[in-house]
Design a binder for this molecule. Structure first.
Ligand code: 6PG
Length: 474
């Protein structure tokens, strides 16, 4: 076989198949392989008129032989061991400048490990986060790259060609060394969880508090998509709310079980945030809400055991859908502020030098959290504010929408409607805008029981103790 394919792709699941078609659409010749080889033939059938741009390969040997050197190989397989296996199997077949790119949703720790191993062996390796679901993979995802810059530069023209474009700028960016790309993708997913949870909470108030039908909710989401909340997630929320179940004629939302799955990237974000001491409370609330959603039988038992709360708002409530919209704007900004703070902390910790404004720019198109607000965030982050909400544009927007967030959280609490992400956003705001907090009590307690020492408000130094020291031991 003559080596004529520009790229190789292993893993013809939905994402891999769509990415391959995207590459072929952009004029690249792609060698494809899949562990279960029967899938290769199905894929070739599905490829239609693009089939001539693919080289189907049943074995890794044939796959490697089909690629033009230096070879560029994309792995689009489930995270974990399925990534290590083809790397192990490929390495003996490859030359020293052949590049392996893991484009799956890897845990960035695995990517760091794989990048270090590749570096020791003198072999190029990239870990890239690809966002946008199947549609994004097919027609233009957002791509967050990590690994050797020279390796990125080698494939950047192809990745830019297949990526989403925002006003002519490709949403494909090198974020930094080793696991930087996969870390940025993980935080993207954490924000995705929070964005979705915030929207679900506004839906909950509309449904239970304001007694609105699914189609009425759909209209509201659709209207919101024209304003400051314009985003893919609001758009699809309107479409989901507007859909009818063909089997029963009921609104789709009324036949979908209130129990959400997760593959774990939101949890990874929360775990990394804890390790770095970054408060991503809105994301944590969203992950916890998914966990609680999965405990349907527990919630049913709880409802049986305790007098069911009246979850509707009083008839004279002044809460309206404009309040919900503004609360969502404030909640969203506060959640992104936490996400960018986490990225900053990780960047310092790992010496990645993450390009904060470019991260926001990369997320403007193609990815699941794409929204018009990200363009304003990119601009705001150029000035390196200590917190996103301190940037003048967002300070103003948060000041104007925060009263609605407070009203929504207070009203929802009064009506026993859970709004964990909204409440977390509000509490985060109240905390970062309160110069005198309550940790003096914590420090007093720590010193009392463990002589941990504290700082004083009126003197320099870090190791003061209270008059209680050792007294309680006497
Ligand atoms: C994306 C998404 C994607 C993610 C799914 C499901 O950016 O395209 O984040 O990578 O895997 O949305 O995620 P959960 O199963 O964890 O909800």
């Amino acid at each position: 076989m003559t080596a004529h394919a520009d790229f190789g792709l292993i893993g013809l699941g939905t994402m891999g198949a769509m990415l391959s078609l995207n590459m072929a659409d952009n004029g690249f010749r792609v060698a494809v392989h899949n562990r279960t080889t029967s899938r290769i033939a199905t894929f070739m059938d599905e490829a239609g008129e693009l089939a001539s741009r693919f080289v189907p390969c049943d074995t890794l040997e044939a796959f490697v032989a089909a690629l033009k050197p230096p070879r560029n190989i994309i792995l689009m397989v489930p995270a974990g061991a399925p990534v290590d296996d083809p790397i192990e199997a490929l390495r003996p077949l490859l030359d020293s400048n052949d590049l392996i790119i893991d484009a799956g949703n890897a845990n960035f720790h695995d990517t760091v490990r794989r990048a270090n191993k590749a570096e020791q062996d003198g072999l190029p390796f990239l870990g890239i986060g690809v966002s946008g679901g199947a549609e994004g993979a097919r027609f233009g995802p957002a791509i967050m790259g990590g690994g050797l810059k020279a390796a990125w530069d080698r494939v950047a023209p192809m990745l830019s060609a297949i990526a989403a474009q925002y006003e002519g700028q490709p949403c494909a960016t090198w974020m930094g060394q080793d696991g930087a790309g996969h870390f940025v993708k993980t935080v993207h997913n954490g924000i995705e969880y929070a964005d979705m949870q915030l929207i679900a909470e506004t839906y909950g108030i509309m449904r239970d508090g304001l007694d609105l039908s699914s189609s009425a909710c759909a209209e509201i989401f659709t209207a919101w998509n024209e304003g400051a909340l314009q985003s893919y997630l609001i758009e699809i929320s309107g479409k989901v709310a507007n859909s009818v179940d063909p089997a029963t004629g009921q609104p789709m939302l009324d036949v979908i079980l209130d129990s959400a799955g997760q593959k774990g990237t939101g949890r990874w974000t929360a775990i990394e945030a804890q390790m770095l001491g970054a408060p991503v409370t809105v994301i944590e609330a969203a992950v916890a809400a998914r966990n609680l959603s999965a405990g349907k039988s527990l919630r049913q038992e709880g409802e049986r055991l305790f007098t069911p709360a009246e979850r509707s708002l009083p008839t004279d409530t002044t809460l309206n859908t404009d309040d919900l919209r503004d609360a969502l704007i404030a909640g969203k900004i506060l959640c992104y502020a936490q996400g960018f703070d986490l990225l900053e902390k990780a960047s310092d910790d790992r010496s990645w030098n993450l390009p904060m404004p470019d991260i926001a720019k990369t997320w403007r198109e193609g990815c699941i959290i794409r929204s018009s607000m990200l363009n304003d965030m990119a601009t705001a982050l150029e000035a390196k504010p200590a917190n996103l909400i301190f940037a003048p544009y967002f300070a103003d927007l948060v000041s104007r929408t925060l009263p609605a967030l407070r009203k929504v959280v207070v009203t929802a609490a009064g009506a026993a409607i859970p709004v964990p992400a909204m409440a977390a956003a509000l509490t985060y705001f109240d905390t970062i805008t309160q110069s005198r907090g309550t940790a003096n009590m914590i420090q007093g307690q720590r010193d009392f029981f463990g002589a941990h020492g504290f700082q004083r408000t009126d003197q320099e130094g870090t190791d003061f103790h209270g008059p209680w020291l050792n007294q309680h031991l006497k």
